[in-house]
Design a protein around this ligand. Structure first.
Ligand code: SF4
Length: 699
């Protein structure tokens, strides 16, 4: 007798990037057999990129972590724990024993309790990714702050958009996108700066491309020619580390030519006249600076043209990590917001600011308080903790003894991975909650396999502040992250505080402690508005456009936080007139994503077709260097070196510059980046490092 096939179609949200596309999973007998875009999807508009469409094989991969794993060497170092749980442990492989979840959390909490009693709560830290739900992110910071009594909680926003949060809050009081994606159809001019949108946020890029094709109204500003420039009216390739320079130049032109909106400035902002004075006297803000810069002369005309068009039209600015991952990332974000404040290009349909957030729930993880300086809802925490790079130093000097890592592959996707390796080796205890064995699980004493986004219920917040209540496509026996944390909190005597039985229980607590954004976002309302989605702040209604009447600053006014550009790196070489001196060694390297993969590719590489598209990290180098460098090279900086990389030569990167992806741990590209980071918020300077390129020839 043939078994009847149980077939269902379930609506949910894509697990990869911050665009947050609405998806439908076709499920047969608890297996996903297809994912497609909802034709009327408000976000996807009926399209998904290849990650969203094909990247679901990971769900039932044989490589998923199922039963918890306990490292044998950890048990040898902690014989009392080994003895206490010996009867419950079974062999797994040469490195690990295995056990049930209850035993694993008992072992973990026994060790954490010992560490807390011996060194205090401050010796514990929690670093999370943002691929999990808001419920899990909330429980994560609560476990760290309340159960472990440690202020040290951070998330992957440290290496991506923390400067956007910092910069936008300083000037507008809210660190998030101001408008819905569909405002792209209402805008008259678009500036995309520091974003490889077609690969990193492809479904937003679809809208930008469609509008640009129709209206020829797109400016792309970047250090290389990304795929988007094909549709750009202004293809503005700028020197490395010159974002703040270029943005201040745009402000200069708008002020100098009096293209600003005086009424908006007077009614909605404060401090413009001081800002104006500073910009006009800034020694670098006049675009004439570029007139005599070999290879970049066109910028002297192009930057004013972009500034003029931006100022007089209803305009939007989009940015990605090309802005934030710099020493002056937060200030560059403030410089972006200045342009909007001066011209009134904010607080209305078709005009606004769009930081293109990275992971599917990075906005949500920050909203939930997974940051050392913000409690949920961006409230003051009782005590500020350390940011991830500071935590690495604290591990090295012995202040931090234990780490709980929830899905953040810090030994692969963070900078200075040689240093992180050493720092993690100093820990007395490391526990990781993950789907797969990644680079960071090599450092873990206990590894707990958890549900993926396609196996659980939970809220995700995308890059336009849109909440999506995700429902499971398939059933799984694995625990959700928040369930592991609830079990551990209970065992550490904090059970009353963690009274959660369902993800909805967790979410209802979020709504109580984060009322400024989520009070009106009950599950039933999110369910009812699943198609349209709801954008925070959500009370009776939601808020598609922020800052309509006032900014979310203390006095409701927008602020200007001027910062003079400080020349360095490539720009300093421009000033020294030696940028193209052939005798001077060294290239400027930037990194980024490719369409087929997401970050450490832990999930995407489980789909063969995606892996085949990009099965190694490839370096893009200038055409003219092909003969000199050959097919394979090693990148070397003062911090470390990569493994040998395949080189592809292209006219899309300029002289003395390079681009490389970082998806594959084996390439060790991130070893060449050091501790240089945003001066306010410690986001790594991934978008510029000076490297030597060493040919390794044919192997
Ligand atoms: Fe998923 Fe982002 Fe692709 Fe949409 S654009 S399908 S959210 S990876």
């Amino acid at each position: 007798m043939t078994k009847e096939v149980e077939r269902e179609e379930i609506e949910s949200v894509c697990t990869y990037c911050g665009v947050g596309c609405d998806i439908t999973g076709v499920v047969e007998n608890n297996r996903i057999i297809k994912i497609y875009a909802q034709k009327d999807g408000v976000v996807s508009e009926g399209n998904l990129c290849i990650k969203g469409k094909y990247g679901y094989d990971f769900v039932e991969s044989k490589d998923r972590i199922r039963d918890p794993r306990i490292r044998k060497t950890f048990l040898e170092k902690n014989l009392h724990i080994k003895e206490a749980f010996a009867a419950k442990l079974s062999p797994f492989n040469s490195e690990f024993l295995t056990c049930d979840l209850d035993t694993a959390t008992s072992i973990a909490t026994m060790k954490l309790d010992e560490i807390k009693k011996k060194y205090g709560g401050d010796a514990f830290c929690a670093i999370g990714g943002a691929r999990t739900s808001c419920e899990s992110a909330y429980a994560f910071q609560k476990f760290c702050r309340e159960t472990m009594d440690s202020p040290h909680v951070d998330n992957c926003a440290r290496v991506c958009h923390s400067p956007s949060l910092k910069g936008m809050r300083a000037t507008m009081g809210e660190g998030a996108a101001t408008n819905p994606y569909n405002d792209i159809y209402e805008t008259e001019f678009m500036v995309v700066i520091g974003s490889n949108t077609m690969e990193a946020h492809p479904i937003i890029a679809n809208r930008i491309v469609n509008v640009a094709k129709q209206h020829n109204n797109l400016a792309v500003i970047d250090v290389r020619e990304t795929k988007l420039v094909k549709f750009a009216k202004h293809n503005c390739v700028i020197p490395f580390e010159s974002n703040l320079l270029v943005l201040n130049m745009m402000a200069y032109v708008i002020i100098d030519e009096e293209l600003y909106d005086r009424s908006f400035i007077d009614n909605r902002t404060k401090g413009f006249d001081t800002f104006k004075e500073k910009i006009l006297n800034d020694p670098y803000a006049n675009p004439d600076f570029f007139k005599n810069v070999e290879g970049y002369e066109y910028l002297a005309k192009m930057i004013p043209n972009i500034a003029r068009e931006y100022a007089v039209k209803k305009s939007m600015i989009f940015w990605g990590l090309g802005i934030t991952q710099h020493l002056d990332g937060s200030h560059a974000v403030m410089a972006i917001t200045h342009l909007a404040l001066m011209t009134g290009n904010v607080g209305k349909t078709g005009a606004g600011l769009m930081p293109l957030r990275g992971q599917n729930n990075v906005q949500g993880a920050c909203d939930m308080g997974c940051l050392p300086y913000f409690a949920p809802d961006y409230q003051q925490p009782k005590k500020e903790g350390l940011m991830t790079p500071q935590l690495m130093d604290a591990m090295l000097d012995g202040r931090i003894k234990a780490l709980l890592n929830m899905g953040e592959d810090i030994t692969h996707i963070h900078p200075n991975i040689n240093k992180i390796d050493k720092a993690m080796d100093m820990l007395e205890f490391c526990m990781v909650q993950e789907l797969f064995m990644t680079d960071v699980t090599k450092k873990a004493d206990i590894i707990i396999g958890v549900k993926s986004a396609y196996e659980k219920t939970g809220v995700y917040v995308n890059a336009m502040r849109r909440l999506h209540l995700s429902q499971p496509l398939v059933k799984s026996d694995l625990p959700d992250d928040w369930e592991v944390l609830t079990q551990m909190a209970d065992k550490l005597g904090d059970g009353e505080n963690f009274h959660f039985k369902t993800s909805e229980d967790v979410w209802n607590e979020v709504r109580e402690v984060a009322p400024r954004r989520f009070s009106g976002a009950a599950y039933f309302r999110l369910e009812r508005h699943r198609k349209r989605g709801m954008q925070w702040p959500i009370y009776h209604e939601d808020t598609p456009i922020l800052h309509l009447l006032d900014f979310r600053t203390d006095d409701g006014l927008g602020k200007y936080v001027y910062k003079q550009y400080e020349p360095r790196g490539m720009v300093q070489q421009i000033l020294d007139k030696n940028l193209f001196d052939e005798k001077l060694e060294g290239y400027y390297l930037t990194t980024g994503r490719t369409l087929a993969h997401y970050n450490n590719a832990a999930q995407t590489k489980q789909t063969e077709s995606l892996l085949k598209k990009h099965d190694e990290d490839v370096l893009l180098a200038p055409l003219e260097d092909e003969e000199k460098l050959g097919d394979r090279v090693i990148l070397k900086s003062e911090y470390g070196e990569s493994e040998a990389l395949t080189v592809k030569y292209t006219d899309k990167v300029k002289k003395k510059t390079l681009f490389c992806t970082f998806h594959h741990a084996a390439s060790r590209v991130n070893a060449v980046f050091g501790d240089e980071a945003d001066e306010l918020i410690y986001t790594a300077r991934f978008k510029s490092v000076k490297v030597d390129v060493i040919p390794v020839g044919d192997e």
